[in-house]
Ligand binder design. Structure first.
Ligand code: AQP
Length: 323
């Protein structure tokens, strides 16, 4: 079985990225083959600054390794190091109906907010389909917001197979019920573009400030509180074991505990949870040669597989002359 997922280097990773996606990457890296990539081609739809994009991609790779991705067990690569993916994107584009893309939320959301969409954003799900299909991926660990794009991938693979014969592998998405949609400090989905994120490697001081600003209802200190309708508790659950969760839930329901206390518990739990990763990150950041070697080897492995699948696709639809 092959697991594959990608993550955009559009900024530093946040708790939503970690619990929705990165934690799954690490849990699944012992599978037969796990491919994870830094989605720099996708990020190009929002970052138009060469230095920043390159720097972000490097930081993203360091973060993933610090969080536990092991290059001996998983293949880590930069999306743009496998140019085969853009060839497959074009081939898929020729069988993609506009109406399919018009329904996709990444485009719809931006359009609704009045943000001018370019062709890159509009066709983003086709590049994502190529990302997945190029490696015969079976399983795609993602957060809830990406389920739709994996469905589009299945649709396109099916359409290609119907038109040209069985060629592409249909993937399944893998979403964790417990962290499919991690809330941000305003209670909405934690998302870079909503500016409501808590970054994994934020300084403790900044992290505390953000945690303390998480939106809560106006219950007073004495009032009993509802843990199941509270972003603070939802975040605490991500870091705590069941006993700790039950204890805090009891204090919520009993009253006499202010939200400030609960927020402090989230802050402390997060610092402890990511403590080792913070230390590893410092070491990794100081050794860029090793990082470059890891990414070069990852690209080599990914290209080998990608080329094999692209050859198969081209043969199926009549491109190239050597088949
Ligand atoms: N709040 C979230 N809860 C659960 N999973 C999440 N993911 C993102 N936010 C949450 C998952 O993280 C992976 C990487 O996603 P991405 O590279 O597409 O990053 P993103 O979705 O662009 O992250 P943002 O912060 O939401 O960025 P913008 O605002 O630019 O869209 C994916 O698997 C995603 O599901």
């Amino acid at each position: 079985m092959r697991v594959l997922s990608g993550i955009q280097p559009t900024g530093r990773f946040h708790w939503g990225n970690y619990f929705g996606a990165i934690k799954q990457y690490i849990d699944l890296q012992d599978n037969e083959q796990a491919f994870y990539f830094i989605a720099d081609l996708h990020a190009l739809t929002t970052i138009r600054d060469a230095k920043r994009l390159r720097q972000n991609s490097q930081e993203a790779a360091i973060d993933l390794l610090a969080l536990g991705l092991d290059p001996k067990r998983a293949t880590l690569f930069r999306q743009s190091d496998v140019p085969e993916v853009t060839s497959l994107t074009w081939i898929l584009m020729t069988i993609t109906q506009m109406s399919l893309l018009e329904k996709c939320h990444a485009y719809k959301d931006k359009k609704a907010k009045g943000i001018a969409a370019d062709a890159g954003l509009f066709t983003y799900p086709v590049l994502m389909a190529a990302d997945i299909l190029l490696y015969d991926s079976d399983l795609v660990p993602v957060g809830q917001d990406q389920i739709q794009h994996v469905e589009v991938t299945r649709d396109l693979a099916q359409r290609f197979n119907t038109l040209f014969g069985e060629t592409l592998t249909l993937p399944e998405s893998r979403v964790l019920d417990t962290s499919a949609k991690v809330p941000g400090i305003d209670g909405e989905k934690m998302s870079k573009s909503y500016k409501n994120v808590i970054e994994i490697f934020e300084t403790p001081k900044k992290q505390r400030k953000k945690v303390m600003s998480i939106k809560t209802d106006s219950a007073t200190l004495e009032d009993p509180k509802d843990p199941d309708n509270c972003a603070v508790f939802a975040l605490y659950k991500l870091f705590a074991d069941e006993t700790q969760q039950a204890e805090l839930a009891k204090r919520y329901r009993a009253g006499g505990m202010g939200y400030g206390d609960a927020k402090q518990s989230v802050h402390d739990a997060a610092l402890e949870y990511f403590g080792e990763a913070r230390e590893r990150r410092e070491q990794l950041a100081a050794d860029t040669d090793t990082l470059n070697d890891i990414l070069a080897e990852g690209a080599r492995q990914a290209r080998e597989k990608g080329k094999e699948v692209l050859d198969r696709v081209q043969a199926a639809c009549g491109l190239g002359s050597t088949y």
